[in-house]
Write a protein that binds this ligand. Structure first.
Ligand code: 5GP
Length: 181
């Protein structure tokens, strides 16, 4: 197992896989007979979107978007930048933005505003993790893997300074950990 030093497991691979199946079933129901465009937010959502996508039976297309308000730190800079824009035609399409984690909601609120400019039929958000208590705006995710407390989580795609994305489970960092990284 990669990076064994983080033994604190918040959610196991199995828990994540099972929750992804439940959410995929819900998306199948909501979009029965329709096609959806899955928009993977880079880089943290790469494992989660795989779990969702492989369990869907509705027709899907895939594209990527990269938006960021965090650098090598654990707190949001508050300024959102789109670093990679999807090329796919979104006009009149069902878009599901697949996100790793929603914290303040700043990033998603900005991204959704940009996507709406492309005239989609609808835009939904499917996030692996949600820190509802940290929200600073009215952003609401449509599909949530797990609600979590105000922890800094890593693993299963999520990084600290670009590291630990390879953990096959979701872990979290505490103050003492940061000193030893
Ligand atoms: P927001 O704009 O909602 O405050 O932040 C969203 C982005 O911040 C996420 O997509 C993720 O990249 C990063 N982020 C927020 N909370 C965490 C966390 O606990 N761990 C990690 N690794 N990234 C986080």
């Amino acid at each position: 197992m990669a990076n064994q030093k983080f033994g604190k497991i918040l959610f196991t691979e199995e828990q994540i896989a099972n929750r992804a199946k439940e959410i995929a079933a819900q998306i199948d129901k909501d979009f029965e007979g329709e096609e959806v465009i899955l928009l993977c937010t880079l880089k943290g959502s790469i494992l989660w979107i795989g779990d969702i996508m492989k369990n869907l039976t509705v027709k899907t297309k895939l594209d990527f978007i990269s938006a960021s308000s965090y650098g090598a730190s654990k707190t949001s800079s508050g300024v959102v930048k789109i670093k990679f824009d999807p090329e796919i035609n979104m006009y009149n399409a069902n878009i599901i933005v697949v996100e790793d984690i929603v914290d303040t909601g700043n990033t998603l609120k900005y991204v959704l505003g940009k996507l709406e400019e492309r005239g989609p039929k609808c835009v939904k958000v499917c996030t692996m993790l949600n820190k509802e208590a940290r929200r600073t705006n009215d952003f609401h995710a449509d599909y949530v893997g797990f609600e979590i407390d105000d922890l800094f989580v890593i693993g299963y795609g999520l990084d600290f300074d670009q590291k630990y994305r390879d953990l096959p489970y979701i872990s979290y960092l505490e103050e003492d950990d940061v000193d030893s990284l």
